[in-house]
Design a protein around this ligand. Structure first.
Ligand code: ADP
Ligand code: MG
Length: 320
């Protein structure tokens, strides 16, 4: 199978067919029709075997995650994803691997009405880079720097699950609770980007970002971008039963603060809008949990039972 057959067979019709795609896979570039009065939201994220996922991962999970991490970035902007480009570097093209990968990518793409419109295919160590593009009504995108003093800090869903799921996969964590283990692994292998919630947060939230590197690594970025300090009550972090069962309460908090890959959204929302935003989350079957607030200053303070709390692990950072 050469490069052209491979593209034709697996990537020429992946995701939803979209009317705004004038030209998709096959030419030198895709042609995309932007809606009027919209800003283009564009982002790229690369995942590398052995660094972002174990080399032997299920290819369906790799395809899902490669797109999910990008959808999550657009979710954090409140944007509507539409088009994806896929740059795939792989050692030897095995039909089984490609089928699984295309299935994981394609299922998630269709669920979010995203169409794969082009890409690049090369031989080399397994690396998957996806560029996502979408749109957001002009001037309404959510940014990290929009937070204001007194805003409530809140997160969607539960956090720490994916970090524990990865620890279970690599053997750094073990549990006898098989149901909890499979739930945590699923959270790592098939993260759910909060795209609908991100769009629903426009007009209510003042700032947003997605949690990819752990709250302890990510929250300082939102606080700094907003020019404020953040105060978090660690006892309020939303932890799943599976995580608390598998890791115990103390370690569960460490996973929530330091484990990455959750792809939940962190928002800053004025107290007057918190209830309305919670209702929008509930309408999407999602919990929204207040964990703290933005204050004047320039640091992040963690508190547990009235005392300062030092996160055991910092968020993930390359080259550190
Ligand atoms: P070029 O040499 O002009 O870059 P390529 O041979 O790399 O063209 O790609 C041919 C077509 O297939 C282009 O439209 C490109 O966008 C698309 N393509 C290549 N690899 C992928 C991929 N992994 N997924 C989706 N589309 C791809
Ligand atoms: Mg090319």
């Amino acid at each position: 199978m050469d490069e052209f057959e491979l593209i034709q067979r697996y990537f020429s019709r992946l995701g939803s067919a979209r009317a705004d795609v004038v030209l998709g896979v096959g030419d030198d570039a895709a042609l995309l029709h932007m809606p009027d009065d919209a800003d283009l939201a564009a982002s790229v994220d690369t995942i590398v075997a052995g660094r972002h996922f174990p080399e032997a991962s299920d290819p369906r999970s790799i395809g899902h995650r490669a797109l999910a991490v990008n959808l999550s970035d657009l979710a954090a902007m409140g944007a509507h994803p539409a088009w994806a480009l896929l740059s795939l570097t792989l050692p030897t093209p095995s039909p089984d691997w490609l089928e699984g990968f295309a299935r994981g990518f394609g299922e998630l793409a269709r669920a979010h009405d995203v169409m794969l419109v082009g890409g690049d295919t090369t031989a080399g160590p397994l690396t998957v880079s996806v560029q996502i593009m979408g749109h957001v009504p002009r001037g309404t995108a959510l940014r990290r720097g929009g937070g204001r003093e007194g805003d409530v800090l809140a997160v969607t869903g539960t956090i720490g699950d994916a970090g524990a799921g990865l620890a279970l996969v690599t053997g750094a964590l073990a549990t006898e609770d098989a149901a909890a283990a499979s739930e945590l692994r699923r959270r790592f292998e098939y993260p759910t980007p909060r795209v609908e919630f991100g769009a629903a947060a426009r007009g209510l939230a003042s700032a947003a970002m997605d949690l990819s590197d752990g709250l302890a690594g990510d929250l300082p970025k939102l606080a700094a971008a907003s020019g404020l300090a953040a105060h978090v009550d660690v006892a309020r972090l939303p932890l799943s039963r599976a995580l608390t069962f598998a890791a115990g309460a103390q370690h569960a908090r460490d996973f929530a603060l330091g484990g990455g890959d959750d792809y939940e959204l962190l928002v800053a929302v004025p107290p007057t809008h918190f209830e309305a935003l919670g209702a929008r989350a509930a309408a999407l079957n999602l919990t929204l949990t207040a964990i703290g607030e933005l204050r004047r200053g320039n640091s992040v303070q963690w508190e547990l039972e009235g005392r300062p709390y030092v996160p055991a692990v910092e968020g993930y950072s390359h080259f550190r």
